[in-house]
Write a protein that binds this ligand. Structure first.
Ligand SMILES: *Cc1c(COP(=O)(O)O)cnc(C)c1O
Ligand SMILES: [Zn+2]
Length: 373
């Protein structure tokens, strides 16, 4: 069942719909869950958790073998961590976890064409999966989006629309176009979030079903943080793990609406004025699902943190020195580990997972400008 986050109106999962009639976003409510026993022998992709993903028919599934990315032991700022190399998903970002489920649902619904807006990675991911499903896609991006991402979108045959304006103006342009076609927005879709739950399942399964103490992740639109929270909540409810890990949600200091709302103990996320950040993937002035993000942070005993532009670049270098090349957006979460250490929230005994979201090759133009010469 799909239920409204605001007025509780329920809709069947068989009906193509991206928001409630009242205008609010929808939640996917389902009791279906996999059992640990059922997993043995299934392929190592996120579809091994298929019962929890809301897709009815096997022939709806549009997959590129996403998920089951490495979890690598390392240390950051003296803190032992497990780095989740989610930049190694098929299109080079974690967004594939959401796209594979959202596009499979659109295929199941028989939706022939979609519009989406993105800072780049979701657009590239949706373009790839839509093409594979035979769904025509029109992708709106801000003109400042990294060339690596726009090239990817064009190569997958999507209709790329560059909007000369902010991320927010890009969304408005996509919404206007959505009055004609289906709005397959990763920031609105409950199925996109369902796909992100697999990150929580996977982190636990890769650790022999031991939940970590902390998961550190960037937050922009919030699919990632919400998916983590809902996934861990599923595992707690099923008795597979004993308690919910704490979530540390990280933003760039120059665009930090979730951090501001969390700091002021608000229940909603008001729009903030933002400045340009190297972390283009999290430059969202007002996330659609702000209220749910704050609830996830609160119920996980989590925190919101911000990092400076200098810390983002320095951490991109730090990771590169370890042989890991991620785009600047992905350096925000590992950069914040320093504050977790300084605030005494983590120590040598804590199990800390740090999610790396997008690969460095996506932002070649930004790295060249940064390096100079
Ligand atoms: C989209 C994106 C994020 C933010 O994820 P949300 O689910 O929107 O919060 C972080 N890093 C990268 C590289 C992204 O593309
Ligand atoms: Zn409603």
């Amino acid at each position: 069942m799909l239920t409204c986050s605001c007025c509780n109106q329920a809709y069947p999962e068989t009906e193509p719909r991206w928001r409630c009639r009242c205008g609010a976003y929808l939640l996917l409510q389902s009791d279906r869950m996999f059992t640990r026993d059922a997993l043995s022998g299934r392929p190592l992709t996120l579809w091994r958790y298929r019962e929890a993903l809301g897709i009815e028919r096997d022939d709806s599934i549009v997959s590129l073998g996403e998920g089951f990315t490495p979890l690598v032991a390392d240390a950051l700022f003296g803190q032992p961590v497990l780095l989740k190399l989610d930049q190694l998903n098929p299109t080079g970002s974690f967004k594939d976890r959401g796209s594979t489920v959202m596009i499979s649902k659109l295929k199941e619904w028989g939706v022939p064409e979609i519009v989406e807006d993105s800072s780049g990675n979701a657009g590239a991911s949706v373009a790839a999966y839509a093409r594979r499903a035979g769904i025509a896609a029109r992708i709106f991006v801000p003109a400042s989006t990294s060339a690596g991402k726009t090239a990817q979108i064009r190569m997958h045959g999507a209709d790329l629309v560059r909007v000369d304006g902010s991320r927010e103006e890009t969304t408005r342009a996509a919404l206007a176009a959505a009055s004609q076609t289906f709005y397959a927005s990763h920031n609105w879709s409950p199925y996109f979030v369902a796909g992100l739950k697999t990150l929580a399942y996977e982190i636990c399964e890769q650790q022999d079903w031991q939940a970590p103490d902390w998961v550190v992740a960037p937050v922009g639109g919030g699919s990632l943080v919400l998916g983590l929270y809902l996934g861990f909540a599923d595992l707690v409810r099923a008795g597979i793990i004993a308690r919910m890990p704490r979530i540390a949600a990280v933003q760039a200091a120059v665009c930090a609406p979730v951090y501001e709302a969390w700091r002021q103990r608000l229940h909603e996320v008001p729009e903030v004025d933002k400045r340009e950040t190297a972390a283009e993937g999290i430059a969202i002035a007002r996330p659609v699902k702000g209220e749910s993000i704050l609830k996830a942070l609160c119920e996980s005993g989590g925190v919101a943190l911000t990092v400076s532009e200098e810390e983002i670049w320095a951490t991109a270098h730090l990771l590169a020195e370890k042989g890991i090349y991620v785009e600047p957006t992905s350096a925000a979460a590992p950069a914040a580990v320093r504050q977790l250490v300084e605030q005494g929230l983590v120590g040598t005994g804590s199990r800390v997972v740090v999610e790396l979201t997008g690969m460095g090759l996506k932002a070649t133009d930004k790295f060249l400008a940064h390096l100079g010469g």
